[in-house]
Design a protein. Sequence first.
Length: 351
Amino acid sequence: MSARESDGASQRLDEIAERVEGWSREGTTAVVARVVEYRGFGGSRRGELLAVNAAGERAGQLLRGGLDEDVLAAANSLFTSGPGARTLEVPVHSEDAVSIGLSCGGRATVIVSSVEGLPEELWPALGRRAAVAVCVREGAPYAALVVDESGSICGSLGDRALDEDVASHAGALLERGVPVAEKLGEDVLLQTFHPTRRLVVVGDGELAGALSGQAALLGWESRIADDRRSAEDGLAHLGRSDGLILLSHDPALDAPILAKALESRVGYVGALGSRNTQRRRAAALLELGVSDERIGSIHGPVGLDIRASSPAETALAICAEILAVAAGRAPVSLRDSSLPIHAEAPVSARV
């Protein structure tokens, strides 16, 4: 097997989940915090998670540590008062934001939740890189519900009809594959968690290296595979948040790998090559029994039309298309769009 891997992620959900699960086994109380809405903060990372236990140990961070002090104060309050969930409105002044490497200041809405009371199935699900929705009820009694990408439901919000409605809504959000945070009704806070994106690049060469580098800049993990065995092994570890990009033009490799990818859970399948090459692959896939509908889901020729020519430009075009597909966005200029600028889905109601 021939493969090379690079990990551009600095704070992976599965690693944080493993730490939290360990604290729970030890009987150590903990809280988790996540930003559910940003206003400002140029250059901030989205989807971060901070976990803190009663002994002061931490896993992860929020906004490069700029929100940690406020979260720690809320955590200590929950350690004293008992399990619960609350929201914080945290301002960060421009001088403080610049000091931690951001372009400007702003305000953040943060959900802080006790680990005690969250279904214990949450942490193994995040550990195996499943997409998960977490719903918590503010106030007393503290209640929580977890829905994973398979539709499995754990926990309860204390009302069966509410559980069913929330679980159905959460499942639809997980299908979209992008982070979402919402307030449902008066007191239910819903947030979705998606694992660090992984790419499997099938084929070697300068473009493969450029894709790996671009993925690292985005905080994604990448794996370059130059034979069928390593490609299939990499594909086995991909999910809805992930992508497979075929660069190989070897007929003995490309059609079988594309067929495997289309049968898998991977969310994005792209293929480099001319339109004639795409037609040749489509014919080969039909012979393998792949339906026209599935063949039509392949992004080939791969990438957005930005007149890319160099490997670095092509890698940028491909990764930009992956982001656009995941966000459900049409690839248009921000100047010509009226949608919110940030890639996260907008909060449907203020929390």
